[in-house]
Ligand binder design. Structure first.
Ligand code: Z5A
Length: 208
């Protein structure tokens, strides 16, 4: 039994991560590859509980430091209970957000990248995806998509302003520049089928 591959999808809100995670799983299934789709924060029972704490309430509910610890704790549970067992059983894992979200979102609040990676090494034994696909779309366009879907309701992150989201986008681009083998930027401003084709091209070398 060979270990499965681990893919993460990253990007701003409304970029199409959930849509593409489901589409990728379908394409992989058609090629005989079994994949689970999961998400962060969340993905395991304990981590879904932490998700409610992180996304609900007002912006000031958690400091950037507390938030970083909560994301790392949720991820540790998700990795241990769901991601590693799936990979070890030979399944592929498609994760809607992973540690690069902490690096981009909490990094945009002046949390040191080295500290985030140290927490990840401690909590999740430093597990990194085989490939990370960052879906890039203008924040206004992504925000409009999410607002239509959620009928205008905003979570703690959606309530933040355009400067914050620009810093997050810059954070993702910085990670991609530093880790070009693992992290690929994908233009997500296109119809869903075109974006899926772009994702498949970016993982072509991983496919059997
Ligand atoms: N966060 C963090 O700070 N640190 C961390 O470590 C982690 C997360 C893990 C989680 O929010 C928040 O937590 C997130 C970062 C922070 N906040 N922000 N911003 P979430 O899980 O509730 O939501 P999200 O991750 O931001 O994603 P989203 O808003 O759910 O969007 P999405 O998954 O990228 O998009 P979608 O649901 O696939 O599509 C949105 C809508 O657009 C939907 O109606 C689709 O049908 C439509 N859509 C999708 N693709 C297209 C295309 N190609 N064209 C047109 N319309 C489309």
């Amino acid at each position: 039994m060979t270990a499965g591959r681990f893919l993460s999808l990253e990007g701003g809100e409304g970029a199409g991560k959930s849509t593409q995670a489901a589409r990728l799983a379908e394409v992989l299934a058609a090629r005989g590859i079994e994949a689970i789709v999961t998400r962060e924060p969340g993905g395991s029972e304990g981590a879904e509980g932490v998700r409610g704490l992180l996304l609900g309430g007002d912006v000031a509910r958690w400091s950037a430091h507390s938030e970083t610890l909560l994301f790392a704790a949720a991820r540790a549970d998700h990795v241990e209970k769901r991601i590693r067992p799936a990979l070890e059983s030979g399944m592929w894992v498609i994760c809607d957000r992973f540690v690069d979200s902490t690096r981009a979102y909490q990094g945009a609040q002046d949390i040191d990248d080295a500290a985030i990676l140290a927490l990840h090494a401690f909590g999740s034994k430093g597990l990194l995806p085989d490939r990370t696909l960052v879906l890039e779309i203008d924040h206004e366009a992504g925000g409009a998509r999410a607002a239509t879907r959620d009928a205008g309701a905003l979570d703690r992150f959606g309530q933040r302003g355009p400067d914050f989201h620009a810093a997050v986008a810059a954070g993702f681009r910085r990670i991609a520049e530093r880790e070009p083998e693992r992290v690929r930027l994908i233009d997500a401003d296109a119809d869903p089928a075109t974006v899926t084709d772009r994702l498949l091209e970016a993982i072509a070398d991983l496919l059997p």
